[in-house]
Design a protein around this ligand. Structure first.
Ligand code: ADP
Ligand code: ZN
Ligand code: ZN
Length: 815
C-alpha cells in the first residue's frame, strides 16, 4: 500500500504537486484521479486532485489527507496528460490548468468562494467601480474566491465590497465542502388512485364531468399528452387545455389527479420532431469523400469552404458516421457563434444526442454535461472549455471557424489556443481533427500547404449562388464632394434604403462599441482618460457615462474642460451606439437593432437580438465583430462596413490577417440563400492590398503575400513567439525588472529577444507594464530551453527583495 499521495491544488503554485500522507483508514480509496480534502498553509482547506500515490517519504514533515471526496476517479489518465501538456506548453502551473479544467462544483474549498446569483441578471449599472469589477469578474468566471476578488481589486480588504454585493443580491457565498448539485425538478401531473390502476373507472369521471367543460378539457388533454410524453408536465397540460390552474386544483382535490415532482435533465431536451438531414450537394459529397480519404493518412484536415458553402452540413455527415460507430465528437465553436440558431440546426437531425457546453451555462448544467461526456454522450457542442470534458471514446474533433482569435484564452492562465489544444487532445485519443473555415489562419494554411494537414476545398456557395459582390466607397472623395451624411456615404445610405424597400435586411459593421471613443476639449486638446489605465474613456449614451473598456471604471462626462475650463467639449469618433442613433436620423422609418457587448453581453440579450433579426422585426443590425461570426440569415441582402482603415492600421503583426478575415466573414453574411448579396466597404484607403484581396475573394493571393512578410520579419507561422509582460504598480520597479529580464534572456537567447518596450497602453488597472517579445526558430530544443529560461527568470525576478508584487505574464503563441 502506498502511504503518500502527490496532489495537484487548483492554484498558481511554484511546485507541480504537493505531497501528503494517507491515513490508514482511507488507504484503499486514495488513488490517482480522485479528489481529496487537504489543508494548505496554516488555515486554508482545498479540494486537491491526487495525481500519484507512492511510498517515497519527502524530506519534510507532511500533513495527512483530511478526507476523500470521490468514490470513483473524476479525472482520467488522458485528461492528466492533457493538463500536463498544457502546463508545459503554455508555461503555467498544473494547478492553473486544473482550475480552468474542472467545473466550479468540483473545486470546493473552505476558503470562502463567491458565486454569482443568476437571478440577479447582468444589469450592473447601479454598482460602484469596485463592485462592478467583482460583478463583471463573476459574470465571466461564474465563481471566484475572496482572494481572487482581492487580487482583482488589488486591495487588502474586500469584505465591504463583497458584503454590499451580497446585500444587492448580485452574489452569494458558498462555503461548505458539500456538493450542492440537485437534479432539476418540475411539477408533473398523473392520475390519482384508483384511476391510475383501474382505467375503466375513468368512464364515471367522464360522465360526471359532462357539464364541467374546463375539467373535461383537462382530462382529455391529459390523455393525449400522456401518450406523447414520458410524463405530463403541469405547465404543458394547462397550456394544452387552455384553462386556469384553479380547475386543475379542483380535480386534484377530488383525487382524479395528483401532482408530483419529476426530476428532469437540464440538458435542455429537444422536443420537436426530428428531421432528415438535407440531401448533400455534389460539392458537399465530393468534399466528404475527400475528407474521409485524407483522414486515413493525416490526423488533421482543413476544410476550406467559402462562406455559405455549407460546411455545417458536411460536419453533420461526419458526426453521423462517428455516432454509428459508437464514438464521440467534440464540436468546437467560438463562444459567440454558439447561438441557439446553430444549436437548433444540429438538434434538428441529431436531437438529444447533443450536449451544449459554454461559459454561460450554470453550474448545474455543467455537472450534467460533465456526466454526459463521461457516460459517452455522442456529441458535445462546446466553446473552448469543452476540451476539458471527460471523454471516454472521442473519435473526432471539429473546430469550426478555426481562424477565430477568441479560441485563444487571453486571461487568466492557461493562455491556451483551443485549436492547437484540440489537435493534441485528439492525438491522445487517437481521434481525427477537421478544421473548418472560409478564412484559414496563416498557421493552419501553412500546415496545409506543407502537407502536414490535409486540405479540402469548397470554392462555391451552396445552391450555386454567387458570392456577394464587394465594392469600396472612397471616403476621401465622398468628403471632398460633400457627400457624407455623418459617417454614412451616399452609396451606403442609398443601398440600405434600397434593401429595406425590397423587404430585405442589412448588417452594418463597426468595430467599436459605445457611443464615442473620445471626449475632447477643442481648445486645449485635453481628453477624458481612465484614472487606472492610459486609455481614453468611451462615452456611452444609454447610461450617460464615460466608461473604460479595460478596467470598467466609469464617471460622468464633464461639461467644462477640467484642464482649461472651456466649455467646448466634443465627442469624437463613432461607436455602434452612435451609428444606431445617427442612422435613425437619416432613415426614420427603418427598424434598427444593435449587437455588441453592451446589448448582447448575456445569453438572453444575445438570443433576443438574433430572434428579432431572424423574425425580420429588425431591418438593420448594427454591430461589432459579433455580427461577423457564423450568422446564417437568409434575408440579408446588403452588408456595409463603416470604416476599414482602423482595422488595417491596428499596430499588430496580425492586423492584415484579422482585417482579411473580418471583412470576408462579414461580407459572407450577405446573400446566403436566394440571390447574390452586396457588400460595401467604406475606407480612406480603398486601394490597400488587403482590401483589394478581399474584393476579389482571393484568399490565396492574400496568404502568399502575407506569408512572405511573416517569413521576412520572423513571425509565425515560421517562428514561435513568446510574449512576456511585466507589470507592477511602481513604474520604476517595472523598469528595473524588465531590464533584468531583457539582460538575462539576451545572454542566452541573443537576438531572439526584442525589448523591453513600453506597450501601446502603458498602464492598465493601475499597473505599469513593459513587454518583451521572444522570437524562436521552430526547434524543439531551442523552444523548450527558452521556456525554462523564461520561467526561471520569472521566479528570480519575483524573488528579489521588494519585487514580490511583480506580475509576470507569459503568453506562448500570443494573438
Ligand atoms: P458555411 O458554414 O459554410 O458558411 P452553412 O453551413 O451555414 O455554410 O450553409 C449555408 C446555407 O446553405 C445554410 O442556410 C444551409 O442551411 C444551406 N445548406 C447547406 N447545405 C445544404 C443542403 N445540402 N441542402 C439544403 N440547404 C443547405
Ligand atoms: Zn481644455
Ligand atoms: Zn481603465
Amino acid at each position: 500500500m502506498s502511504s503518500y499521495a502527490d496532489i495537484i491544488l487548483p492554484l498558481a503554485l511554484p511546485k507541480r504537486t504537493y505531497t501528503y500522507s494517507i491515513p490508514e483508514s482511507i488507504l484503499d480509496i486514495v488513488k490517482p484521479g480522485v479528489r481529496v480534502e487537504i489543508q494548505f498553509g496554516r488555515t486554508k482547506v482545498y479540494s486537491g486532485l491526487v495525481e500519484k500515490v507512492h511510498n517515497t517519504a519527502p524530506d519534510y514533515k507532511v500533513k495527512p489527507i483530511v478526507s476523500v471526496l470521490d468514490q470513483v476517479t473524476v479525472v482520467s489518465p488522458e485528461q492528466f496528460k492533457l493538463w500536463n501538456w498544457l502546463a508545459e506548453y503554455y508555461c503555467c502551473s498544473l494547478g492553473e490548468v486544473m482550475a480552468a479544467a474542472l467545473p466550479g462544483h468540483m473545486k470546493l474549498s473552505s476558503e470562502t468562494r463567491i458565486v454569482r446569483n443568476e437571478a440577479y441578471g447582468d444589469d450592473f449599472s447601479s454598482l460602484n467601480p469596485d463592485e462592478y469589477l467583482i460583478a463583471e469578474a463573476l459574470h465571466i468566471q461564474e465563481e471566484i474566491s475572496v482572494d481572487d476578488a482581492r487580487k482583482i481589486l488589488n486591495k487588502k480588504t474586500v469584505f465591504p465590497v463583497i458584503q454590499s454585493l451580497i446585500n444587492y443580491g448580485v452574489l452569494f457565498l458558498r462555503e461548505d465542502l458539500q456538493e450542492k448539485f440537485k437534479a432539476k425538478k418540475i411539477s408533473a401531473i398523473r392520475l390519482g388512485e384508483p384511476f391510475a390502476s383501474k382505467r375503466e373507472l375513468l368512464k364515471e369521471v367522464f360522465a360526471e364531468l359532462q357539464k364541467k367543460e374546463r375539467q373535461l378539457e383537462i382530462l382529455m388533454s391529459f390523455l393525449v399528452l400522456e401518450k406523447e410524453e414520458p410524463f405530463v408536465r403541469k405547465f404543458a397540460l394547462l397550456q394544452k387545455a387552455d384553462v386556469s390552474d384553479s380547475s386543475l386544483r379542483t380535480m386534484i382535490k377530488k383525487g382524479i389527479f395528483e401532482q408530483y415532482d419529476q426530476d428532469v435533465s437540464r440538458l435542455g431536451g429537444y422536443e420537436d420532431e426530428l428531421a432528415e438531414a438535407d440531401v448533400l450537394s455534389t460539392q458537399q459529397s465530393v468534399a466528404l469523400v475527400e475528407i474521409e480519404k485524407q483522414l486515413h493518412e493525416k490526423d488533421v484536415v482543413l476544410l476550406h469552404g467559402v462562406t455559405g458553402s455549407g460546411k455545417t452540413r458536411v460536419y453533420l455527415e461526419l458526426i453521423k458516421k462517428v455516432m454509428e460507430e459508437g464514438g464521440q465528437v467534440l464540436y468546437l465553436l467560438p463562444e459567440i457563434a454558439l447561438t441557439s440558431q446553430m444549436i437548433s440546426r444540429l438538434q434538428k437531425t441529431l436531437g438529444n444526442e447533443i450536449a451544449v457546453y459554454h461559459s454561460k451555462i450554470n453550474t448545474n448544467e455543467r455537472v450534467e454535461v460533465w456526466k454526459a461526456a463521461f457516460s459517452g454522450k455522442p456529441v458535445m457542442l462546446a466553446a473552448r472549455s469543452g476540451l476539458f470534458l471527460p471523454f471516454t471514446k472521442l473519435k473526432l474533433v471539429i473546430v469550426d471557424e478555426e481562424h477565430d482569435p477568441s479560441f485563444k484564452q487571453f486571461d487568466p492562465a492557461p493562455r491556451y489556443h483551443a485549436r492547437d489544444t484540440a489537435i493534441y487532445l485528439a492525438n491522445l485519443y487517437g481521434a481525427k481533427v477537421v478544421l473548418g473555415t472560409a478564412t484559414p489562419s496563416l498557421e493552419t494554411w501553412q500546415n496545409a500547404q506543407t502537407g502536414k494537414y490535409g486540405l479540402v476545398d469548397m470554392p462555391e456557395r451552396f445552391g450555386g449562388l454567387n458570392l456577394p459582390e464587394i465594392s469600396t466607397v472612397d471616403l476621401r472623395q465622398q468628403l471632398k464632394s460633400g457627400l457624407m451624411k455623418s459617417v454614412f456615404s451616399t452609396p451606403l445610405l442609398e443601398n440600405i434604403e434600397g434593401a429595406i424597400a425590397d423587404k430585405k435586411q442589412v448588417i452594418l459593421f463597426q468595430n467599436r462599441r459605445g457611443y464615442a471613443p473620445m471626449l475632447e476639449c477643442q481648445v486645449c486638446g485635453w481628453n477624458a482618460e481612465c484614472k487606472n489605465c492610459d486609455v481614453s474613456l468611451t462615452y456611452h449614451k444609454q447610461t450617460n457615462r464615460l466608461r473604460c473598456h479595460y478596467c470598467g471604471y466609469t464617471e460622468s462626462p464633464a461639461s467644462t474642460c477640467p484642464a482649461c475650463g472651456s466649455g467646448k467639449i466634443v465627442l469624437k469618433g463613432f461607436g455602434t451606439e452612435k451609428i444606431e442613433d445617427e442612422l435613425k436620423l437619416f432613415l426614420p422609418n427603418a427598424r434598427i437593432g444593435r449587437m455588441d457587448l453592451d446589448t448582447a453581453g448575456s445569453k438572453s440579450g444575445l438570443s433576443a437580438i438574433l430572434n428579432d433579426f431572424e423574425e425580420c422585426r429588425v431591418d438593420v443590425l448594427v454591430g461589432t465583430q459579433m455580427v461577423t461570426k457564423g450568422l446564417d440569415f437568409e434575408n440579408v441582402a446588403y452588408v456595409g462596413v463603416l470604416g476599414a482603415d482602423g482595422l488595417i492600421k491596428f499596430p499588430d503583426f496580425r492586423s492584415g490577417e484579422r482585417t482579411f478575415q473580418l471583412l470576408t466573414q462579414v461580407a459572407g453574411r450577405a446573400g446566403r440563400k436566394h440571390e447574390q448579396g452586396r457588400v460595401q466597404i467604406q475606407a480612406f484607403d480603398p486601394d490597400h492590398p488587403i482590401i483589394k484581396e478581399v474584393l476579389k475573394g482571393d484568399y490565396k493571393a492574400f496568404a502568399e503575400r502575407e506569408l512572405k512578410e511573416r517569413f521576412e520579419f520572423k513571425y509565425p507561422p515560421f517562428y514561435r513567439l513568446i510574449q512576456i509582460s511585466i507589470r507592477h504598480k511602481d513604474p520604476e520597479k517595472v523598469k528595473i525588472a524588465a531590464a533584468f529580464f531583457g539582460r538575462t534572456l539576451r545572454e542566452k537567447l541573443g537576438e531572439r529577444v526584442l525589448g523591453p518596450v513600453i506597450p501601446n497602453i502603458a498602464r492598465v488597472r493601475s499597473y505599469f507594464g513593459q513587454d518583451i517579445l521572444v522570437k524562436l526558430e521552430k526547434s524543439t530544443s531551442v523552444i523548450s530551453a527558452a521556456k525554462n529560461l523564461i520561467k526561471h527568470t520569472s521566479e528570480l525576478a519575483i524573488g528579489k527583495t521588494g519585487f514580490s508584487q511583480l506580475i509576470v505574464v507569459i503568453d506562448v503563441d500570443p494573438m
